[in-house]
Design a binder for this molecule. Structure first.
Ligand code: ACK
Length: 285
């Protein structure tokens, strides 16, 4: 049991109604491991009335101060988002030495492809869900910077929700975020301008969205399979693009490539993507 929430204040967060001080959480299994720590599955007594299945993303014990700050900044960003296609944070636990973010459990995790024989309508709806969540973030002036299937979670009703915001940054003043800190980068999902210039904009998220569409239509293939990260950088620099399966219909091919245009201004925008997918509900296959 994690126990009761501490009333301690952290420098990044204020206690508000969103942090439910009386909730109890029981962890019963490990769902996965990340660089930051571990995601557990469990149950929480939420809203003072129900035990519900939750995922608990816990910062590793002994994390450095900068890791704590990153973790809490992500939690701070997450709690600003309220949208059906973004994972809702239910509670934050921050009592030394445990820091954890509690979200509703998504039965299918980030790997729904094993669970179903997915219809064309469902694939298209999934792509639409991600586009809607991303548009919401862009409207609030955030760039996601790490959009990929692994960061999207599938709910029991098959709604897809963007579920990880470790690299999300505000672009309130300038419309872009310039990356300066070295670290692990999702090279295979990154646009040319992000790779060369460390430049992240809503249009570089569209590039990542194009790679995510590739993941969807290939049922989770690894982008640029067979190339190392350094080879991918070289490959994209030389204007080569992801290779879609030979049987990929021409219109899907064009749609994905329009997200992967070299020049960011030539990429589709989310309003058009959303309008198109709504008008063509069985587009992806
Ligand atoms: O692909 P997965 O099953 O979905 O494995 C990863 C793992 O934790 C590490 O991130 C899973 N995960 C993260 N958040 C949740 C959640 N809210 N519900 C269910 N699984 C989750 C993710």
């Amino acid at each position: 049991e994690l126990g009761l929430l501490s009333p301690d204040m952290s420098p990044c967060l204020s206690l508000d109604e969103w942090e439910m001080a009386r909730d109890k959480v029981v962890l019963n299994r490990k769902l996965g491991e990340g660089a930051f720590g571990t995601v557990f599955g469990g149950e929480a007594f939420l809203d003072g009335r129900l035990w519900v299945a939750v995922a608990v993303k816990a910062l590793k014990i002994g994390a450095r101060v900068d890791e704590k700050i990153d973790f809490l900044s992500e939690a701070d960003i997450m709690k600003r988002f309220k949208h059906p296609n973004i994972i809702v944070t239910r509670c934050l636990y921050q009592k030394e030495p445990v820091y954890a973010v509690i979200t509703i459990y998504m039965v299918f995790g980030s790997d729904c492809k094993e669970a179903f024989d997915i219809s064309s309508e469902r694939l298209t709806q999934m792509a639409l869900d991600v586009a809607s969540g991303l548009k919401y973030m862009h409207d609030l002036k955030y760039v996601h910077r790490d959009l990929a299937c692994r960061n999207c979670l599938v709910h029991s009703n098959l709604t897809v929700k963007i579920g990880d915001f470790g690299m999300t940054r505000p672009i309130i003043e300038s419309d872009y975020y310039r990356f300066t800190k070295k670290g692990m980068l999702p090279v295979r999902w990154m646009s040319p301008e992000s790779l060369w210039d460390g430049l992240f904009t809503s249009k570089s998220d569209i590039w990542s969205y194009g790679v995510l569409l590739y993941e969807i239509v290939t049922f989770g293939s690894f982008p640029y399979q067979g190339l190392t990260n350094n080879q991918v950088i070289e490959y994209v620099k030389n204007q080569n693009r992801l290779i879609l399966p030979g049987n990929c219909p021409e219109d899907i091919y064009r749609f994905i490539y329009n997200c992967l245009a070299s020049e960011s201004k030539d990429r589709l925008d989310l309003i058009d993507i959303i309008r198109f997918l709504k008008a063509n509900p069985s587009f992806l296959e």
